[in-house]
Design a protein around this ligand. Sequence first.
Ligand SMILES: Nc1ncnc2c1ncn2[C@@H]1O[C@H](COP(=O)(O)OP(=O)(O)OP(=O)(O)O)[C@@H](O)[C@H]1O
Length: 325
Amino acid sequence: MLLPETPALLALRQAVRAWTVAFEPRRRVVVALSGGADSLALTAAAVAETDSVDALIVDHRLQPGSDAVARSAADQALALGCRTATVLTVDVAEGGSLEAAAREARYSALRDARTDLPVLLGHTLDDQAETVLLGLSRGSGGRSIQGMAAFDAPWGRPLLGIRRSVTRAACVDLGITPWEDPHNNNPEFTRVRLRHEALPLLEEILGGGVAEALARTATQLREDGEALDEYAEALLLRAVVDGEVEVDTLAEAPTAIRRRALRAWLLQGGAKALTDKQLRAVDALVIDWRGQGGVAIGGGTPEARLVAARRRGRLILGFEDRRRV
Ligand SMILES: Nc1ncnc2c1ncn2[C@@H]1O[C@H](COP(=O)(O)OP(=O)(O)OP(=O)(O)O)[C@@H](O)[C@H]1O
């Protein structure tokens, strides 16, 4: 299908072209297609800008008629010029958050079906802005507000600089009708309220440009974060001896790098759901040593706690029997 040269479609093609040059020189991609405007517009641009596009559509089977929605998205993908369009049917685990379970089932099915190609997702600048705001509410530093990466293999996000209004306009230009997910208007979801209530209010009060500013901030923080992570990794390499960390080597480093090194060491040692409070307590073993006891970290077993402690100038991470008093 030859695409009309409208401003929306040209902007989308430019975004996909830049992404492909940066991350996929083979010019072969998979597109994760929900049937919504973002991923449909992405599919059209990917067909125009790469040599081969396979569409994967996940049917979560959570709503009546979901098979027809998936089938119709597959037909649209083929009409747009995809090489293949495959519907993946998944079973969503019950119990807990349905949204999270659906996401997990979706990403796992996409990962299994992608062969060795990157999977492009239709996240836009608006999604990025919402992600930053959601991250702010978690409040655990730069990492939680650096948003989504343009490429976090195998997941590619070429549209992070594109407004949602542009993907809508592109669908109009293409004469295709996107599917509207009923969840996108359900105010029970925090993200939906951010989209329809919080962001428009912020735009009004602050005079516009808020979504762009949030997305720009995310990009900058991600770049800074990646650099700091690299320094932290190098520091850790110098500081670790037989799995233990030499305190003196860490203590010299600036806080941002030292904390990142400690975080990486704890995660490598099996820490789970590490909190800022735990990390600060472990950091205190390095820079505020008063002979205090070890710090219990999530990631132990029912019988044993995972504990970071300081012994003879080194940090050690080990299991401690929970029955011990
Ligand atoms: N049913 C689906 N089948 C295939 N791809 C999908 C499906 N649903 C979503 N996607 C892909 O994921 C992108 C993001 O979708 P959406 O914003 O609905 O996801 P989300 O639940 O917010 O998940 P995320 O955690 O990835 O942000 C879509 O643009 C599309 O590329």
